[in-house]
Design a binder for this molecule. Structure first.
Ligand code: HEC
Ligand code: HEC
Length: 290
């Protein structure tokens, strides 16, 4: 798979179309003849999982804005993003990639009980968790137009998926090991990661930071060893996914997790029922339950 750093920060919808077709030709394709059976050929047009196109009118505009916010998060919402990431830095392929926390069906997975807060969360709460932790930023008001647009987009990419159903490749397949060899991980980082993420892990123009002040904060799910291991094992290196063994993945994850990153004040109140998973990299106040 060719890596496409050009996607980084590029908002809008006709991204691959613009890259592959002169726009005039695209216009002709759309103008003449019946709609192609496989719209993916006309590349870049947003599709729901059931193949449906973005509807016209106000809801369509909202869906398109929601999509643009996920791929150009910082430019669109500078007051809510405190690092160099965008939503699709982790929700890869613009949130469509199985094994990379796809958004497909996400609207059907909420409300959901989450042990980290020991409460039922709405989809908006979950979005804000990623703003506050993964993006090291600030929550959006539930009635902020940007929040409504993101939810509209999530509903669109969940069409045809029944409430409560799960989708293959949803989330991240967690790693199994609870420790890695950071020395071996450092060596793997140099050979397999640094060319994109930078020798000091703080990002380059083609890939976002993995640690340091411009990375996700300590409270983010990606800071957990098993999540990070699973994500790397399935998805990295970006241009050669599937080539990192689980051992290499846990070693490099341990190395990445051992570096400094922004704090998340209040993290000690996570998992208030004492059921924090074993790979959470900070202490929580609640007494661990047996
Ligand atoms: C640093 C990586 C990272 C970034 C950046 C990030 N997320 Fe996430 N996100 C995660 C992880 C990890 C999970 C949890 C995966 C799991 O539970 O298996 C998650 C879960 C989610 C979920 C729930 C998914 C589900 O299937 O239940 C939503 C919704 C979400 N993120 C939205 C966002 C939005 C919106 C942004 C941008 C404002 C964002 N994320 C940025 C890592 C990230
Ligand atoms: C060919 C370039 C390339 C290589 C090599 C590469 N990555 Fe990435 N990585 C990316 C890009 C690009 C993204 C963000 C994708 C986007 O924004 O669409 C990313 C995202 C990530 C993320 C989630 C976002 C973040 O910054 O926290 C992690 C974690 C990650 N890579 C770890 C690794 C590790 C570990 C290695 C080595 C095993 C590696 N990557 C190798 C290009 C690369």
């Amino acid at each position: 798979m060719p890596m496409s750093p050009a996607r980084t920060g590029r908002p809008g919808l006709a991204h691959s179309a613009a890259g592959r077709f002169p726009l005039a030709l695209l216009g002709m394709l759309v103008a003449c003849g019946p709609k192609p059976a496989t719209p993916a050929g006309v590349a870049g047009e947003l599709r729901g999982p059931d193949g449906s196109a973005v509807p016209e009118g106000g809801i369509g505009r909202s869906i398109r804005r929601g999509h643009a916010l996920l791929v150009a998060t910082r430019d669109s919402l500078p007051d809510h993003v405190g690092n160099a990431l965008r939503c699709t830095s982790c929700h890869l392929d613009e949130g469509r990639k199985p094994g990379a926390i796809p958004f497909t069906g996400v609207y059907a997975r909420f409300p959901q009980y989450r042990s980290r807060v020991a409460a039922v969360q709405r989809l908006e709460d979950r979005i804000n968790d990623c703003f506050e932790r993964s993006m090291n930023g600030r929550a959006l008001a539930f009635d902020d137009p940007a929040m409504r647009d993101i939810v509209a987009y999530f509903a669109f990419v969940s069409r045809g998926i029944a409430v409560g159903d799960s989708v293959p490749g949803q989330g991240v397949t967690l790693g199994t090991a609870l420790a890695g060899d950071t020395v071996a991980g450092a060596a793997y980082f140099v050979t397999s990661c640094a060319r994109c993420h930078g020798a000091t892990g703080d990002g380059t123009t083609i890939a976002p930071p993995l640690w340091g002040p411009r990375s996700f904060n300590i409270g983010a799910g990606m800071g957990r060893l098993r999540t990070l291991t699973g994500f790397i094992h399935a998805n990295m290196p970006f241009d050669k996914p599937g080539t990192t063994s689980e051992v290499d993945a846990v070693n490099v994850a341990a190395y990445v997790a051992a570096q400094s990153r922004p704090d998340f004040p209040g993290k000690e109140r996570d998992w208030p029922k004492g059921d924090a998973p074993p790979d959470v990299p900070y202490r929580t106040l609640a007494k661990p339950k047996k």
